[in-house]
Design a protein around this ligand. Sequence first.
Ligand SMILES: *Cc1c(COP(=O)(O)O)cnc(C)c1O
Length: 373
Amino acid sequence: MLSVTTTLGNTMSIHDRYRLSVVINAKGTYTPLGVYRSPDGVAAAVAQALPEFFVMDELGDRASEAIAQVTGAQAGAVVHCTAAGITLAVAATMTGGDPQRISALPDTTDLHNRVVLPASHVVDYGHTNVQGIRLSGARVDLAGTEDKCTITDLEAELDGPDIACLMLVSSRLTKGEPIDLVAAVRAAHRRGVPAIIDAAAQFPRIADLLATGADLVLVSGQKYLGSPTAGIVAGSWPLVQSVRAQEKGIGRVMKPTKEAIVGVLAALEEWQAFDRVKWEADELAKVDAFVTAAGRIPDVTAEVVPDPAGLQVSRVLLKVPDAKRLATELEAGTPPIYVMTDRVDDNELMLELVPLSPDETATILAHLWTALT
Ligand SMILES: *Cc1c(COP(=O)(O)O)cnc(C)c1O
């Protein structure tokens, strides 16, 4: 854990120093809880960057090269976060690299300004992606329904006037029947329309998502990559340049910091160096052991659940008599324990264990025993 040295010379945790709650986050890469944990090497690189000056365009170029090398994309850019990436990717499809158009946004007069989004891909990660798109000045045309959006539904919207791009989401937050992303991207390309995939919490799958043919894929560095907060945009050279060019327009309020870019560079290096096959096996073993232990608690059924969007991360599903009460008790405990509560109405709680230490998973099990027996 990161600690700081006080003026008295003794070390004190950052939580103690600023009177902050120590929590156990089994909710996944969740923004209100600080998202994820950065490895020590990333933290060290960020600390090294903070007192230094840089030519920011150079940092942007090095980030583009590193993103291209790791993902196989032609180019990459770092922006403030993926929410910013959504706004700026849409802006790029409307303005291209034209400085006048870039400075005119969010005024989209005379621009193709309609974004097609499947209704089942409207997601809320703190605000909705519909607002994220509209922040650029674009308008949103929803295709299909919340439960189902077929390729025919998409084509009907894509055939409308003034289409800027197709926006798709790869996430466990989407609703209804899954959409065939390859077919959706093809439907856009047949009409000369670029396709963007928001895969904020899917960094490990970024190459697969680029392989759909999407022009841009957006991921959050601070989720499974473990960088500081940063939106990574990977994709075609001209569109990525147009995303970077937004810094002289609406992108000014969504710019990446020097420490974020350096943190992304360091995190990408660590990502390439580490053994992902072993990591996936270790994570699955952690989930399996937890499920076995939780299944011994009276009235609890525990299962291993794979990620619905194809991420190589499994989660723990707990079926319990009164899930709402249990979640409230866990959050009120010491330390507070946060779990996924989207299915409490079905008396189900979901836990993600990826960033948690053995001590933390043991604490969760102990609190479950206390609350349920
Ligand atoms: C987290 C998330 C976002 C927002 O990402 P930030 O980097 O926090 O802005 C967007 N879309 C999806 C699907 C997400 O999960």
